[in-house]
Ligand binder design. Structure first.
Ligand code: FPP
Length: 234
């Protein structure tokens, strides 16, 4: 591609296709999730190299509780291990770490590991790594509305509602990327997605690598973002 690549401030990933990746190799679904964690680490490295300010990953949705219990247990064990091994390393690099979703329903040892990371990272100022856990876009909007109602107000404006989202004060995603060829939002960042570009990649999530990341940046760079205006503004 000719010319400069445009770098999104905030890129969000819907990590899909771990199960199909594993099935294709006659492996258990858990193996797909394990490779999914490796791909997630690759994408964090690529975002850092590109100078992205914030990256969000959809790791567990409010609907994922319908999965078999052993898969749920394996996923939360992976989240704990990821926190202990890798997030701890990212904290040392100065990344800001955040989790969006209702963490109260997660296993205690996972929540403890996440809280430890949050406290260690509290003064960091680097790239924001945001992981959605037990997250649902509708759930988030309801949670925000209830927070506002608790203050006793009778009318809500756009800014107040925005500020009460998990991502309050942070940039909306410029681009939402979904792997595995599925073209749905699946209850992900419904409020924040208002002006996001959507990029759908056919490859399964565990196959995401530097080449695919480059392809995403190229595709994003070609998009004409007008925000309801008539002229190209970036
Ligand atoms: C979707 O693939 C993937 C998930 C629901 C889980 C994503 C989780 C990880 C990548 C690992 C754990 C996360 C962290 C933060 C350590 P799918 O299982 O729905 O795939 P399928 O549609 O092919 O079955």
């Amino acid at each position: 591609m000719q010319g400069e690549l445009k770098i999104p401030r905030h890129i969000a990933f819907i990590m899909d296709g771990n199960g199909r990746w594993a099935k294709k190799r006659l492996l258990p679904r858990k193996a797909g999730h394990r490779e999914g964690v490796v791909a997630l680490k690759r994408m964090i490295e690529e975002c850092e190299k590109a100078g992205v300010e914030m990256v969000t990953f959809y790791a567990f949705s409010t609907e994922n509780w319908k999965r078999p219990q052993d898969e749920i247990d394996a996923l939360f064990k992976m989240v704990k291990e990821f926190a202990d091994k890798h997030l701890a390393e990212y904290v040392k690099r100065g990344y800001r770490i955040m989790f969006m979703g209702d963490l109260t329903k997660l296993p205690k040892e996972t929540v403890d590991a996440l809280r430890k990371i949050l406290s260690e990272a509290k003064d960091n100022t680097g790239m924001i790594v945001n992981i959605a856990l037990n997250y649902g876009g509708r759930d988030e909007i309801l949670h925000a509305v209830n927070r506002i109602l608790d203050t006793g107000v009778r009318e809500v404006d756009m800014q107040t509602l925005s500020d009460c989202m998990y991502t309050g004060g942070l940039p909306d995603p410029d681009v939402i990327v979904r792997s595995s060829g599925e073209k749905r939002l699946s209850n992900f960042m419904l409020w924040q997605a208002a002006y996001a570009e959507f990029i759908f990649i056919d490859d399964y999530w565990p196959d995401f690598d530097a080449k695919i990341f480059r392809q995403i940046l190229e595709e994003y760079s070609q998009r004409d973002r007008r925000y309801g205006n008539v002229r190209r503004i970036n």
